[in-house]
Design a binder for this molecule. Structure first.
Ligand SMILES: Nc1nc2c(ncn2[C@@H]2O[C@H](COP(=O)(O)OP(=O)(O)OP(=O)(O)O)[C@@H](O)[C@H]2O)c(=O)[nH]1
Ligand SMILES: [Mg+2]
Length: 340
């Protein structure tokens, strides 16, 4: 496997593809390879792209990749689908959409679908990002469908997160429901050629101003009433990042340069005094907790007779045992004492 590491670092595309497959299938030995790769990671800028189905994420990713190539940056693309185990249709669609990108050795595209647990997918995504990073890709674009907690977890591996909206989806602003707005560094209203774009822009802008901590910071107390100050003041708070709202028509490459500029501005913003380190520390903490949880649980169930677990379930259902007691007893079997 260590040969694979050298090949990958030398830019071998087949070694890259093979390693990504090993990551996705959790093949044996892959952990060792990933650990050997780790010192060679940390150079790429990782961009998460999320939003409701059909808002134009893949189209925008394609347009962004082209824009980055024009600027001389190499691009790795991961399309992650947390919703279905076999997304043949979606992946096929993406292939057609991203066809323009084929043949450029400085672009690498990979689709990943759910296999097993959601935790598994976020780990696989994180590892795949690192593989692309070690392979030398300078910008890594990670697309995931905005449907709930899962994609929020996935974008927790990103430095800059784009939330994509589109007008006329039947719901004013889809992102707000999913709580996705909070993770947005850049808001994109794609399909700006469609009717309703002004409405979406207004809705997003007011949600952003209301929900933004800066609006609270900037409120003034006037005879007992909190009066938010005008938007420009929010921009003037030093160190504060107010997500810009950018309109695009991805299929026409309109507004795409503005999105690239916003990503790069965000990158510059984070590059100031310790902010990247802060963000990376957060990501690492989340990752360590996830990995520990996974290992501890796997270890726990490995030695536990299935009947013991089934019996606990039955007792809890029959109200002869409380879940709290059952957990204490199960842990006690493993020598862990949680009794207060
Ligand atoms: N009118 C218009 N159509 C667009 C635009 N961007 C994308 N589309 C179309 O919208 C449809 C969905 O685009 P995708 O890029 O596949 O959207 P997606 O968000 O990746 O979709 P999923 O991955 O399935 O969630 C396609 O038919 C695109 O051609 C745009 O700016 N304007
Ligand atoms: Mg897509």
């Amino acid at each position: 496997m260590l040969d694979q590491v050298h090949l990958l670092l030398d830019g071998d595309r087949r070694a890259l593809a093979r390693l990504l497959t090993a990551v996705e299938n959790e093949r044996e030995g892959v952990e060792t390879t990933l650990a050997a790769l780790y010192p060679h990671t940390g150079r790429a800028w990782v961009i998460g792209i999320t939003g409701a189905p059909g808002t134009g994420k893949s189209s925008l990713v394609t347009a962004l990749a082209k824009a980055y190539r024009t600027r001389g940056e190499s691009v790795g693309i991961l399309a992650v689908d947390p919703t279905s185990p076999f997304t043949g249709g979606a992946i096929l669609g993406d292939r057609i959409r991203m066809r323009d990108l084929a043949g450029d050795k400085n672009i690498f595209i990979r689709s990943m679908a759910t296999r097993g647990s959601l935790g598994g997918l976020s780990r696989a995504t994180r590892d795949a990002i690192r593989v692309l990073d070690a392979a030398g890709f300078q910008r890594i674009l990670v697309e995931t469908v905005g449907a709930g907690q899962s994609e929020i977890d996935i974008v927790r591996a990103a430095h800059t997160t784009l939330v994509i909206e589109a007008p006329g989806l039947g719901d004013d602003v889809q992102a707000i429901k999913a709580g996705i707005l909070e993770i947005a560094d850049v808001l994109v209203i794609n399909k700006a050629d469609r009717p309703g774009v002004e409405h979406t822009a207004r809705a997003l802008k007011s949600m952003l101003e209301l929900g933004h901590p800066a609006s609270r910071v900037q409120s003034v107390n006037h005879h007992g009433q909190m009066i938010p100050t005008a938007t420009p003041a929010i921009n003037k708070i030093p160190d504060f990042w107010l997500p810009p709202i950018i309109r695009t028509v991805a299929i026409e490459n309109q507004g795409v340069d503005e999105v690239v500029n916003a990503i790069e501005t965000h990158r510059t913003h984070l590059s100031q005094a310790g902010k990247i380190e802060e963000l990376e520390d957060q990501h690492i903490q989340i990752e360590l907790v996830e990995r520990l949880r996974e290992h501890l649980l796997r270890d726990f169930f490995h030695d536990l007779p299935p009947e013991t677990f089934a019996q606990a379930v039955a007792q809890i259902r029959a109200r002869t045992k409380a879940p709290q007691t059952a957990v204490q007893e199960l842990l006690a079997l493993r020598g862990v004492n949680v009794a207060k």
